[in-house]
Design a binder for this molecule. Structure first.
Ligand code: CTP
Length: 409
């Protein structure tokens, strides 16, 4: 089988060195990668590095090997173009259709999915010029990842950091996966949508060293995040105790307890089109928190543990009972982990919580939690039931988005 052809465009930012890791991931996973750096980027990483790592010739401008018409052919034959890092200047050129070097020509001739991983200083990212260019590119179907928040070049910290290259690779893989399944990836169907996803499991502290927790790994939530990003969504991930690296392009809020999760979800949901509660939320928390470690006393039975109910976040977001949503038209998705009477319990839960979709799966010692695969039935408030056979959690995530998209206003 022919290897998928990927063009890695590299523009002139210090994060160019991190794109070497992205290139390595792409080549090692069986992609034929042609690196097209800008002239400026060669100040950071030289052509010899790109050529050696990709195994392909490298040039920056349109005057090399003119007989092969590279300014047209490279873009025409690509299955994916990923520009990483994408500077403010590159986003501006791409948005306005300038074509003064090989990479910008490639962007104009490419008819495949195009993904930008921006990296720049916070001021440049937040500048209205950049924001308008990003909006233009997204409107045209490009996937533009949000930069990460963190340390920037020098002593500055803020939004603008190049996302983790391994995570950018994951997004590339998912975009190509959709492409290979014949799905439209040049018109991502979640573009312009704000999606809020909770993932992981909450922990309710008893004292400074102990907590009540659950066995949710967060993998299904992360699969939802990554697939939504690959479909063009702006994603806010509310992360609960997973320990995973932040997905490239998502705004991430790290929380610990159910109360913190509730606060973060309600805030992010204010302008969300979709809220997906994939996190396993503790239904109960200890009534009291001991400021010091609880010690055992010789000859004494342990003190009984009194628990109190946590609020049901999903029911609150879905407007259970009243049906009132935080934002009109918002689509709300819940998950149900069941051990017995799986479907019957799922149907009851869907009605009780008032959400639009409920992903019901059976859980047990070796089922679902922590595994890479999942099997589920997605129940809809309108009565539709969509079984999803045992398979990768990404496949289930794609089915969820397929069911969400037609329900969006
Ligand atoms: N959920 C929530 N807030 C809670 C408990 C659960 O938002 N306090 C959400 C979960 O994120 C999930 C859904 O509700 O999307 C179902 O969670 P589940 O634990 O299966 O249901 P429960 O309401 O806890 O019902 P029960 O434990 O009685 O089965």
């Amino acid at each position: 089988m022919e290897k998928p052809k990927v063009v890695l465009g590299v523009s002139g930012g210090i994060a160019a060195y991190k794109a070497c890791e992205l290139l390595r991931r792409l080549t090692e996973s069986g992609h034929d990668v042609r690196v097209v750096p800008t002239e400026a980027s060669l100040h950071f990483v030289g052509a010899a590095t790109w050529s050696a790592l990709s195994g392909n010739p490298v040039s920056t401008e349109v005057w090399d090997s003119v007989h092969e018409v590279p300014h047209v052919r490279i873009g025409q034959h690509a299955d994916l173009v990923v520009v990483a890092p994408a500077t403010a200047d590159m986003l501006a050129k791409a948005a306005h259709g300038l074509a003064d070097d090989l990479l910008t020509n490639t962007l104009l001739t490419a008819r495949c999915p195009v993904l930008f991983a921006p990296a720049m200083h916070t001021e440049m990212w937040e500048h209205p010029a950049t924001q308008e260019n990003v909006a233009t590119l997204r409107r045209r179907g490009a996937v533009v990842l949000e930069p990460a928040v963190g340390r920037l070049t020098g002593v500055d910290t803020g939004k603008g950091r190049f996302p983790d290259p391994v995570e950018i690779f994951e997004t590339c893989r998912l975009v190509l996966r959709r492409h290979s399944l014949g799905r439209s990836v040049t018109e991502p169907d979640l573009t312009g949508r704000h999606v809020v996803i909770s993932a992981g499991g909450t922990r309710e502290p008893l004292d400074p060293v102990r907590y009540l927790g659950n066995r949710s790994s967060g993998k299904q939530g992360y699969a939802l995040v990554r697939t939504a990003l690959a479909r063009g969504a702006r994603v806010t991930l509310i992360e609960a105790n997973t320990g995973f690296t932040d997905p490239a392009g998502a705004d991430v809020v790290h929380i610990g307890t159910a109360a913190q999760l509730r606060e973060a979800v309600l805030k992010a949901a204010e302008d969300a089109d979709v809220v997906v509660m994939a996190a396993a939320v503790a239904d109960f928390r200890p009534e009291t928190y001991a400021a010091g470690k609880i010690k055992k006393q010789d000859g004494q039975e342990p003190a009984p543990l009194t628990l109190v109910r946590n609020p049901d976040i999903l029911a609150e977001v879905a407007g259970a009972g009243s049906g009132a949503r935080l934002r009109p038209g918002q689509v709300v998705v819940g998950f149900a982990a069941e051990t017995d009477d799986v479907l019957a319990n799922g149907r009851k839960k869907l009605r009780r919580k008032g959400c639009d979709l409920l992903v019901v799966n059976e859980v047990g010692e070796h089922k679902t939690f922590g595994s890479e695969e999942n099997e589920a039935v997605v129940l809809a408030a309108d009565g539709a039931e969509t079984p999803v056979p045992y398979g990768p959690k990404e496949t289930l995530a794609e089915v969820v988005w397929d069911l969400v998209v037609p329900r969006l206003g």
